[in-house]
Design a protein around this ligand. Structure first.
Ligand SMILES: N=c1c2ncn([C@@H]3O[C@H](COP(=O)(O)OP(=O)(O)OP(=O)(O)O)[C@@H](O)[C@H]3O)c2ncn1[C@@H]1O[C@H](COP(=O)(O)O)[C@@H](O)[C@H]1O
Length: 107
């Protein structure tokens, strides 16, 4: 099981965005701005949908990774920390009580 998580990728993206490295895709996306980054996010979402509908498991994994990376770039450009999205998701679980039920050992 991988120990890599989205918070780590969020930090990498923030660092690479400021790097000014001409070989960095992240730096290039930042230089291009929100419109380009959002367009890439949309493309990766569509590619993920196509892979899923075709039942192409390998492509679902690869396109999902592209999707999450570009989503984090857009979040950063929008100045929304990942933690705020996680808090929103968490508040939805507490509204339904599902998280508490899932954490309880099964009888
Ligand atoms: N996870 C990613 C990641 N996923 C996808 N991509 C890049 O996203 C770009 C666009 O993907 P596409 O599939 O659309 O490729 P393309 O057809 O060449 O795109 P177009 O330019 O033609 O539109 C590619 O250049 C991919 O390399 C990523 N680039 C970077 N990261 C992460 O960001 C870190 C820093 O990367 P750099 O900023 O490049 O140093 C890396 O170590 C990774 O952890």
């Amino acid at each position: 099981m991988s120990t890599f998580d989205l918070a780590r990728l969020e930090s990498i993206i923030a660092e690479r965005a400021r790097s000014g490295d001409t070989n960095s895709w992240t730096a290039k996306l930042y230089a291009a701005g929100m419109e380009k980054a959002a367009q890439k996010l949309g493309e990766e979402a569509v590619e993920t949908v196509i892979a899923a509908v075709r039942g192409n498991r390998e492509a679902v994994i690869s396109e999902s990774a592209d999707l999450l990376y570009h989503w984090l770039v857009v979040l950063n450009l929008a100045e929304v920390p990942l933690d705020e999205v996680m808090a929103e998701l968490e508040s939805r679980t507490s509204r339904t009580g599902i998280a508490e039920k899932a954490a309880r050992p099964a009888n």
